[in-house]
Design a protein around this ligand. Structure first.
Ligand SMILES: [Zn+2]
Length: 154
């Protein structure tokens, strides 16, 4: 990656916290898109190293290069649609369906049988899933969350 690319990457993923010319604090646009509670400004007084470190960190290491690839393609193929981080492009339809059902069950404290309820299915525009499928993945997410909590509290 050359210098111009670096600057492009930074302005695509971050924006300064103020209009002041000497402002070296930036917000992460991916966190903003996600409404992420971990959001905090990233200082990068000398060059962009801190900002790159944030992209390379666990937070975005698996996604930022793909997002940047999509952005570079759309700058060529669909310039009017470029400049925006589209996080949805990253997920498969299966993942979105699963996420939708998990969100409904968990947030509304519904039993897992909810996902096979005929009336619910009639009115909810999500793909079909089985109780076992949603249960299995919810347990996996539960395990990941518990691991994260342990990691962050030790
Ligand atoms: Zn971020």
């Amino acid at each position: 990656m050359n210098k111009t690319d670096n600057k492009d990457i930074i302005t695509f993923f971050f924006y300064p916290t103020s209009d002041r010319k000497d402002c070296h604090e930036y917000w992460c646009k991916i966190y903003k898109e996600r409404d992420c509670h971990r959001e905090k400004p990233y200082a990068s007084p000398k060059g962009y190293q801190n900002l790159f470190n944030h992209l390379q960190s666990e937070a975005h290491e698996n996604e930022w290069k793909d997002l940047w690839k999509v952005e570079k393609q759309s700058r060529i193929l669909a310039p009017t649609q470029s400049g925006n981080i589209n996080l949805l492009k990253k997920f498969t339809p299966e993942a979105e369906t699963l996420f939708g059902w998990m969100e409904l069950v968990i947030h509304n404290c519904e039993p897992f049988s909810y996902v096979e309820n005929k009336i619910i299915r009639k009115y909810i525009k999500l793909g079909t899933v089985t109780v076992e499928y949603v249960q299995k993945h919810t347990i996996e997410v539960y395990d990941i969350v518990i691991e994260e909590i342990k990691k962050n509290s030790s």
